[in-house]
Design a protein around this ligand. Structure first.
Ligand code: F6P
Length: 320
């Protein structure tokens, strides 16, 4: 029997997912596999929504944001009867291997299938950078770049008007987008989920910056879901001479053409995923650590919080 692999993207989309689909497809075709693209994540797997891929099926997508296969969140995939339907759909086209591209929710779905005998490899792709088993996930570099560009613009106008910009960024339960962006825009304050949020400390710092350091303007970068940025901006207006303004960057952070780092990472990880499958490895996820492509048991990456970049955080605090 020939070798047949499916590839899907699941969870929140991330720039570079297309580059990963392309790398998986081309690498698998080069190794003699039949390849199917699966539409809309695990939903498409359950519905048998498959597209037979040839080399040119993935032409012209390397530089495109989003995922041309579509993505979805499917919490019901936790149910065994749903997983069994997906496996039956896979069997109907002799698909016995799967590459899942996404975050830890995607890994969980893949892991459940691996336990049932499907060969599965996970590729980390989420702007949140919250996946264990890799230093960087596909999409993070592009979102980070988008945030830095946006905050640079906010700084121009905020500096002209003696204002404080309070900017909400994505990240879910991971502060990396706020931390890395905060360092690169010279933010005065960052608010991240890895630390307890203390409003009085933030306001005291803003007063100090205003009255003692005589700062012309200020930037606060906050990870989503921790603080009401409109409320915080108002409070900063109340206790300092800055006029506070809130900006929620929202889904703009998920879009855009992937930056070269994401394209390269996606290409390296996509190829490695197929290499692992070809060597009979399953239930693993690929990643990058100290510039080396690595693989880890998927279970080690599921439902675990990533460690905080304490070094970067300390540097930020020293310079702010
Ligand atoms: O996981 C990526 C992410 O963009 C998070 O940063 C954010 O909390 C969430 O997805 C938003 O999800 P949705 O697009 O479903 O609103």
């Amino acid at each position: 029997m020939g070798k047949t692999v499916g590839v899907l993207t699941s969870g929140g989309d991330a720039p570079g997912m297309n580059a990963a689909i392309r790398a998986v497809t081309r690498s698998a075709l080069a190794r003699g596999y039949e390849v199917y693209g699966i539409k809309n994540g695990f939903k498409g797997l359950v519905n048998g929504d498959f597209i037979k891929f040839e080399r040119n099926s993935v032409s012209g997508i390397l530089n495109r944001g989003g995922t041309f296969l579509g993505s979805a969140r499917m919490p019901e995939f936790i149910k065994e009867e749903i997983q069994n339907i997906a496996i039956a759909q896979m069997k109907s086209v002799n698909m016995d291997a799967l590459v899942v591209i996404g975050g830890d929710g995607t890994y969980r779905g893949g892991y459940d299938l691996a336990k049932k005998g499907i060969k599965v490899i996970g590729i980390p792709a989420t702007i949140d950078n919250d996946v264990v088993g890799t230093e960087y996930s596909i999409g993070f570099y592009t979102a980070w770049n988008t945030i830095v560009e946006a905050i640079d613009k906010l700084r121009d106008t905020s500096a002209s008007h003696h204002r404080c910009s309070v900017v909400e960024v994505m990240g879910n339960k991971c502060g990396d987008l706020a931390l890395y962006s905060g360092v690169c825009v010279g933010a005065e304050v960052i608010i991240v989920p890895e630390d307890e949020y203390k409003e009085e400390e933030v306001l005291a710092k803003m007063c100090h910056l205003d009255q003692v350091k005589k700062g012309r303007h200020a930037i606060v970068v906050a990870t989503e879901k921790l603080v009401d940025v409109n409320d915080l901006a108002q409070k900063i207006s109340n206790v300092t001479t800055y006029s506070g303004r809130a900006t929620i960057l929202g889904h703009i952070q998920r879009g855009g053409s992937p930056v070269p780092n994401d394209r390269l990472l996606a290409t390296l990880l996509g190829d490695k995923a197929v290499e692992l499958l070809d060597n009979g490895i399953s239930g693993h996820c690929v990643g990058i650590l100290n510039d080396e492509i690595i693989s880890t048991d998927i279970i080690e990456a599921i439902d675990k919080g990533k460690e905080k970049r304490t070094d970067l955080y300390k540097l930020f605090t020293r310079l702010a």
